[in-house]
Design a protein around this ligand. Structure first.
Ligand code: HEM
Ligand code: HEM
Ligand SMILES: [Fe+2]
Length: 493
């Protein structure tokens, strides 16, 4: 680790993984309730467990983004974090707020929670993903403002790189669009209209900048490729993301009472949204192919490549599938939406957070990379989680296609519940997929405790040592392949 204050990222990453486990446990609960309707009823009703599942997802991803910011901003800025103490206080505020909210969801009926947390002062509750009580929403504002203050001050007084600038724009954008969580117009059309300013403009707008910045940071570190090359890619990617994603919001405005021109705007712009995701895939592979060092942290590289591919599949391919208005007319709000939601969130944001944790955590624990044994466990975890998530996606897609066919097409469409009964085999298999995913996650956690033979030296030291041990001829070959430090080094000759 180059700067002591980077260590504040560690509790953020640990909390992220703990909440991730919680998210999946609740995913399994609702997955079971899909096939055994009264499972855990009335203790944990479906709507409550679903809310816990999705809210934990968003909160742990935010923990991951914040940890990533606190880790990489000092290193990029070449100075200590502006205030490590503030970052730690912020961590506890966020953790306690998050924990109390989840306890609130589980302990009291939602209406009671709304009544005791001041929802009548400023009604913000009751919308998907934005179910949090007013005080939690305010808490999130404070936490994010504190993060922004801390990392902006660090960046302003240190070296400015494209990575930190893009990360900062992404995080400022995240904070800005969060403010629409407080705006809840009476008019249902306007309510839905602005709701997407949080949901869509997060995942298909500013979060993409955060993803690009994290990916670029990891790729620079593990490949040693020159910064200039990476910068060019990043600017192209974020320009494409914003050019398509902002007006692409229109793909949610087809049937909510907004003017019909949105069917054109939404279809055309959102159809182009896969392009930045595809650019990210090309970017990651091109960097790894022209790598100038063989970083011992293989699994971090695998996560980075994995996120680039899976994000393209989940967001790009599965998003495109139902984004054109004439298709969405049939598929809107079906299991196809859920299939896409799962693979896109997993591929883009879950995997990029796991990639940065995989890269940074060993360093914060005093080693360049985990032992080969530990990496083998993590590699298993990678494949178990990724393959089972792809399986879940395919099953939900199958369920979705049948659902649309039986319930929304033909002369004698079936009712919603009669259709669902026909789909139970898909839901059973999805539950099996969820079980494998959960085992993969446990294997992932175990990988942190696998010791094995670790090297307690930095990459640069390792490269130096290797160089001392080779013959002149080999030495020449390696000079070309191994670059001591990405930042101080020459361009490709
Ligand atoms: C990583 C990026 C993305 C994430 C995390 C994501 C996630 C989601 C989620 C969770 C929903 C369901 C929202 C709800 O509860 O109603 C959704 C809906 C949708 N997404 Fe994405 N998405 C991403 C990118 C994309 C892209 C690139 C496209 C288009 C190419 C797309 C097209 C759609 C469409 C059309 C819907 C509405 C489906 C409906 O009408 O039911 N998404 N997305
Ligand atoms: C990291 C992995 C996961 C991510 C990113 C994720 C994400 C999401 C998201 C965004 C939603 C809300 C939108 C929607 O309805 O699709 C959701 C709902 C749901 N998830 Fe997950 N999830 C994950 C894992 C799981 C697992 C392992 C299961 C268990 C089988 C599961 C079961 C469900 C169910 C049943 C719903 C509710 C769908 C509905 O309302 O009809 N999820 N999840
Ligand atoms: Fe969208």
């Amino acid at each position: 680790m180059q700067y002591q204050s980077q260590l504040v990222a560690k509790p953020y990453f640990i909390a992220a993984i703990a909440l991730f486990i919680g998210q999946i446990v609740f995913g399994l609960i609702i997955g079971t309730q899909y096939v055994v309707g009264d499972f855990l009823f009335p203790e944990i009703p479906f709507n409550v467990a679903r809310m816990v599942h999705t809210n934990l997802l968003v909160v742990w991803l935010l923990f991951g983004f914040m940890g990533a910011a606190y880790y990489l901003v000092p290193e990029e800025s070449e100075r200590e974090l502006y205030s490590p103490k503030l970052a730690i206080i912020t961590f506890w505020v966020f953790l306690i707020t998050g924990a109390l909210t989840i306890i609130g969801y589980l302990a009291v009926p939602y209406a009671t929670l709304a009544a005791i947390t001041g929802n009548d002062i400023l009604p913000t509750m009751g919308r998907e993903f934005l179910e949090q009580p007013l005080i939690t929403k305010v808490g999130i504002v404070l936490v994010v403002v504190s993060l922004l203050y801390n990392i902006t001050m660090t960046t302003l007084t240190g070296r400015k790189t494209s990575i930190t600038i893009i990360l900062l724009i992404g995080l400022w954008g995240l904070a800005f669009f969060w403010l629409f969580a407080f705006y809840n117009p009476e008019n249902l059309v306007l309510d839905k209209y602005y709701w997407w300013w949080v949901i869509h403009l997060w995942v298909e707008g500013v979060w993409e900048l955060i993803m690009a910045a994290l990916l670029a940071f990891i790729l620079i570190k593990v490949t040693g490729v020159d910064r200039e090359v990476i910068d060019k890619w990043m600017y192209v990617i974020i320009a494409l993301a914003l050019a398509t994603g902002i007006i692409g919001t229109g793909h949610h405005y087809y049937w909510i009472g907004t003017p019909s021109y949105w069917q054109w705007w939404g279809s055309i712009f959102s159809a182009l949204e896969p392009i930045p995701f595809f650019a990210m895939t090309l970017f990651a592979f091109s960097m790894v192919n022209r790598r100038r060092r063989d970083h011992p942290n293989k699994i971090a590289t695998l996560w980075a490549l994995g996120t680039a591919v899976t994000a393209f599949l989940g967001a790009g391919v599965w998003g495109f599938m139902h984004t054109l208005a004439p298709v969405n007319y049939y598929t809107h709000g079906s299991q196809i939406t859920s299939a896409h939601g799962h693979l896109a969130f997993y591929g883009a944001y879950v995997m990029v957070v796991l990639a940065i944790i995989s890269y940074a955590m060993p360093i914060m624990r005093g080693r360049v990379a985990n032992s080969p044994q530990a990496q083998r466990w993590e590699t298993w975890a990678f494949w178990m989680m990724t393959v089972s998530m792809v399986a879940i996606t395919l099953l939900l897609t199958g369920a979705g296609v049948m659902q649309v066919w039986l319930q929304r097409m033909g002369d004698t469409p079936m009712s919603f519940m009669a259709t669902q009964a026909e789909l139970s085999i898909f839901y059973w298999l999805r539950l099996v997929g969820g079980g494998v995913f959960f085992i993969g996650l446990i294997v992932y956690v175990i990988s942190f405790f696998i010791k094995g033979d670790v090297e307690h030296i930095t990459v640069d030291e390792k490269i130096k040592k290797e160089k001392e041990n080779v013959t002149a001829e080999e030495k020449f070959k390696r000079e070309v392949a191994l670059v001591p430090n990405d930042d101080k080094f020459q361009k490709e000759s």
